[in-house]
Write a new protein. Structure first.
Length: 317
């Protein structure tokens, strides 16, 4: 008997799936794990990618405080902070996933977190205009100190104070893709490309960390392409993508082909820091090979989304 091939799904978890503090994260990963194991029970093969906004900010803040307290400690590079966040989020997620699977008598799917580096192009225009705010708010004095002492680029943020801004270059290559592929093929549930991956630049045979943050939606899209996934699920704070979001003529979209999506992008329907990269990543994935579908929905609706009951499905016309 020919067994139906399992659907391979890459899930991109948003920051809201992980909470903002240590305690919040511990609680958040429990419900996140339920939604992921729901998909396993639907017969899907799942790879998990995630954001790290609050976590990398917290680590960056803590390491900066350490360097102020102990003068012999140099400030920790952002790439190292991303690596720390990957491991710490992976630790909580893999334990919660394992527990949730055991609660449902699933004992044959090991969970592994891959500390993942993602190569970026040093010539990426993003490096010329850092715009992604990370970390805590600072006073004008603190911002001046950080700029002088650590070489931070700081910007005033909507009247709330000053924040460090970093480049957000596009992902070019997932360095550990061979290992990730091997783990996935052997039936493991893999957590990879955390926080968009550790941004690195290749110099000969050496990989050097870049002071940047890679958008996790674009990194997840590249991961989904590389693993030949059937679905890319981008989980966010809304059930569906909307046109005229928050306005009286708000329209929720169940189904969106790539041609229409591009028109809506050109007409500035999606907010730059939130929905825009999700729709752009979804379009890129849907166009990368016939039969690939991207889905944007709420975490707790992931299973319903895969069953076609909700969410916004993005595909070729």
């Amino acid at each position: 008997m020919h067994m139906k091939q399992k659907k391979r799904i890459v899930i991109a978890l948003g920051g809201n799936a992980l909470g903002n503090t240590l305690t919040e994260q511990m609680l958040a990963v429990k419900s996140t794990s339920k939604a992921i194991v729901d998909l396993l029970q639907e017969g899907c093969e799942v790879i998990v990618a995630h954001g790290n906004g609050p976590q990398v900010g917290m680590i960056n803040h803590a390491m900066a405080a350490l360097s102020r307290e102990d003068r012999s400690q140099t400030n920790t590079p952002l790439s190292v902070c991303v690596a720390m966040s990957q491991a710490y989020i992976g630790y909580d997620l893999q334990n919660a996933l394992r527990e949730e699977m055991y609660n449902r008598d699933i004992f044959d799917i090991p969970v592994a977190t891959m500390v993942t580096q993602v190569r970026v192009d040093p010539e990426d225009p993003a490096f010329a205009c850092p715009a992604k705010p990370i970390g805590h708010f600072m006073t004008k004095e603190q911002a001046g100190f950080a700029a002088e002492k650590y070489g931070y680029v700081v910007k005033e943020d909507a009247g709330r104070g000053y924040r460090r801004v970093v480049a957000s270059p596009l992902p070019q290559e997932i360095i550990e893709i061979g290992a990730i592929h091997t783990l996935v093929e052997s039936g493991q549930l893999v957590i990879a490309c955390g926080g968009g991956g550790i941004p690195v630049i290749r110099k000969g045979n050496h990989l050097t960390g870049a002071s940047a943050v890679i958008d996790k939606d674009f990194a997840s899209e590249l991961l989904a392409e590389d693993l030949n996934a059937d679905y890319l699920i981008i989980l966010t704070a809304v059930e569906k993508v909307a046109l005229h979001f928050g306005k009286p003529n708000e329209t929720w979209l169940d189904d969106l082909d790539t041609e229409h999506a591009k028109k809506y992008i050109a007409a500035h329907h999606f907010a730059a820091g939130s929905m825009l990269p999700k729709v752009q990543a979804a379009v890129k994935f849907a166009e990368s090979k016939p039969g690939r579908t991207a889905l944007i929905t709420l975490l707790e609706k992931a299973r319903d989304g895969i069953l076609g009951k909700t969410g916004t499905h993005i595909h070729l016309p």
